[in-house]
Design a protein around this ligand. Sequence first.
Ligand code: GTP
Ligand code: MG
Length: 138
Amino acid sequence: GTITFTMIKPCAVKDNYIGDILSVIEKAGFKIIALKMLHLSEKKARLFYAEHQGKSFFNELVEFISSGPVVAAILEKENAVQDFRKLIGATDPKEAAEGTIRKMFAKDKGHNAIHGSDSDASAEREARFFFNELEVFL
Ligand code: GTP
Ligand code: MG
């Protein structure tokens, strides 16, 4: 299979949705091959979301992602990146399809419960950003 990277964002951790979200992910056929809870510094959050530097919401995004603990994971499945984007739904939960993680667990566009890599290259970069080889179980 292929891999994708995901992160349960601070809003969903605060709302006690970690277990529910991991359950949806596993039931959808993804294998969790790495998992940890951590609190990103502002500096690390800025690096993680570097592609969004310069956008109007960048500072808000960095502040939010570093506001509390997140749950990071690497997921394995055939067609992982594309299938996972489908499972999480549109960036804005108002536009997310029924049954998607964002439809079920997100508050709004800025607090949308979960991240999913947008390409194989991003998945690789993001997985390496959070995990070393001893923490990944392929
Ligand atoms: P991620 O999986 O988190 O990368 O979301 P995405 O790929 O669906 O969206 P994108 O990469 O375009 O944006 C990254 C994150 O920035 C989103 O998940 C939102 O939380 C946040 N974001 C995007 N647009 C806006 C916006 O207009 N306002 C605010 N406050 N946040 C935004
Ligand atoms: Mg994105």
